[in-house]
Design a protein around this ligand. Structure first.
Ligand SMILES: *[C@@H]1O[C@H](CO)[C@@H](O)[C@H](O)[C@H]1NC(C)=O
Ligand SMILES: *[C@@H]1O[C@H](CO)[C@@H](O)[C@H](O)[C@H]1NC(C)=O
Ligand SMILES: *[C@@H]1O[C@H](CO)[C@@H](O)[C@H](O)[C@H]1NC(C)=O
Length: 502
């Protein structure tokens, strides 16, 4: 087996091997049991000499099975050596302390910290310490878990009930799902579906609830260890209860006429909520007139003329009077996935009381309709230079509805709720009812309320618009405020500039 010119080194290896099997002199200990790390984060693999012994002058070698010569970490001659280190551990390892008050190498603590954990890190690690005459070794096993994304809830009418669906990805191992309505456990989800994304698990679960049920609905997704992520929604808080919603027929039309309306769950629930439930059968809807569609003419009585603040926009935007879109080429340089929140522009009008209504156009003749946009309001005191998605929540003073290719139609509640998108609205009406703490969005053409956000506004709020990225069509503030319109608080006349918008 050993070639003649390698006999000596081979013999040494055999000798070493037999010593490893046969026992050791240094009293090296590894943590027992399974060490569990979180995918993407760091973990310390505890290994130490007990009784303690100064190991500063010794060799410390961490390695995977059968990879003795390409170690995870090698400490030799008083320093960490990287030339033999296996490439996949480069920059990810260091000697660490197994507990806060450990004396480190001086006290025989040779624990390994492994950063940025990935799937390949699961399994056995050898800890090996060798002095002049004696050595010791032990092994431990690392397993990984992954905490998935915050669940996104979506609402969809389903017969006479509402289908609340909860979805989240990136879990390891398979998570548990639990639903609660006002802190009461809902026994057994209506449906539970797991799918794999590589080694990670996606979960989708739904429950059917009567829309008249009030109180927060919570979907909790948890790991066996107990860590969990929650999503919650109070149906009553986001429905267009007072503002009239889309007729139920608009929803049932979805399955029959291919998609004519952006389905709003609202009026249907509204009926049920107000009248107590009576089953509505298809064909019966047209007769139901007790809760008519929102009266768009009535809404327009609160219309204000919005002007865009072209002094506070980012360089990637073109703003001209009432039009805004991303500049040519911006889409090509926008590398991060997700909605381009930084491409927002704000109204000059600010509001701190009363009601205000405005409309936003999302189509232009002869070009494809917009595929992404964001419309809402924001606290005037927000710093707009850095719009980070995580910070754009109602509690930070942002309230909006947005559409993007990746996420569909969503309202930025905490957490976000995804809404059924049956067809793209050609124009969206916004009613800000400051005193009532409500922001409602309408599909103007269909004459339906899409969603109402209940909230508490504080201080001044400004209209906010974002044309998304890569659409040919600009986002357009429509002129709904006639001569009789309420003058907007703090509004100034539109300024002209030379930016050309196609
Ligand atoms: C490790 O870090 C160095 C310096 O920061 C860098 O040049 C090198 O590319 C990194 N190696 C790996 C494998 O990430
Ligand atoms: C509820 O909606 C989900 C998708 O969001 C769907 O997979 C499920 O089948 C629906 N449940 C019912 C009863 O329709
Ligand atoms: C390691 O974790 C996976 C998933 O996280 C789990 O299925 C497996 O049982 C764990 N292995 C051990 C030995 O516990």
């Amino acid at each position: 087996m050993c070639a003649s010119n390698e006999v000596i080194s081979c013999a040494i290896l055999i000798f070493l091997g037999s010593q490893l099997v046969g026992g050791s002199d240094l009293p090296l200990k590894c943590a027992t049991g399974l060490i569990t790390g979180r995918l993407g984060s760091s973990v310390v693999l505890p290994c130490w000499l007990s009784p303690p012994l100064d190991v500063k002058a010794m060799e410390i070698r961490w390695y995977r099975p059968d990879q003795y010569s390409t170690p995870v970490l090698l400490y030799l001659n008083h320093k960490v050596m990287t030339d033999l280190q296996k490439e996949r551990y480069r920059n990810r390892t260091s000697l660490s302390l197994r507990e806060e008050n450990s004396a480190g190498l001086k006290g025989g603590d040779v624990s390994l910290e492994l950063k940025n954990l990935n799937m390949g890190d699961r399994g056995t690690f050898h800890c090996f310490v060798s002095g002049d005459k004696a050595y010791g070794s032990c092994t431990l096993t690392l397993n990984l878990t992954a905490l998935g994304s915050s669940p996104v809830l979506s609402l969809q009418p389903q017969g006479d009930q509402v289908n609340v669906t909860c979805r989240s990805c990136g879990w390891l191992p398979k998570p548990r799902v639990e639903w609660k309505l006002s802190e009461q456990k809902i026994p057994g989800p209506g449906g539970l579906l797991f799918s794999q994304e590589g080694e990670l698990t996606c979960v989708q679960s739904w429950v059917l609830l009567s829309p008249s049920r009030s109180g927060p609905i919570t979907c909790s997704i948890s790991l066996p260890g107990g860590e969990e992520k929650d999503g919650h929604v109070d149906i009553q808080n986001i429905l267009c209860l007072k503002h009239g919603g889309g007729p139920w027929k608009a929803i049932s039309a979805v399955s029959t006429l291919a998609a004519v309306a952006l389905a709003a769950i609202s009026i249907y629930f509204y009926r049920k909520y107000k009248t107590g439930y009576t089953a509505v059968k298809k064909g019966q809807e047209a007769e139901e007139t007790a809760y008519p569609n929102p009266n768009m003419e009535e809404l327009r009585k609160a219309a204000v003329s919005i002007t865009l603040d072209d002094t506070r926009t980012c360089p990637g935007l073109m703003v001209k009077n009432k039009l805004v879109r991303d500049k040519e080429g911006v889409a090509d340089t926008h590398r991060e996935p997700g909605f381009p929140y930084h491409l927002s522009v704000y109204g000059r009008n600010s509001f701190s009381s009363g009601r205000a209504y405005w409309e936003v156009g999302l189509i232009s003749p002869n070009i494809p309709p917009k595929t992404s946009w964001l419309i809402g309001v924001t606290k005037a005191s927000n710093d707009f230079t850095e719009n980070k998605h995580d910070d754009m929540t109602p509690s930070k003073g942002f309230w909006f509805l947005y559409l993007s290719k990746q996420t569909g139609l969503r309202v930025n509640t905490e957490p976000e709720i995804s809404l059924p998108l049956v067809s793209r609205p050609e124009s969206v009406g916004v009613l800000l009812d400051y005193d009532q703490g409500e922001l409602s969005f309408y599909n103007v053409k269909e004459g339906i309320c899409l969603v109402t956000m209940k909230t508490k506004f504080q201080g001044q709020v400004l209209p906010m618009f974002n044309p998304g990225i890569g659409d040919e069509a600009p986002l357009k503030i429509l002129d709904t405020a006639g001569p009789s319109a309420v003058p907007a608080e703090g509004a100034s006349s539109p300024t002209d500039n030379s930016v050309k918008i196609p």
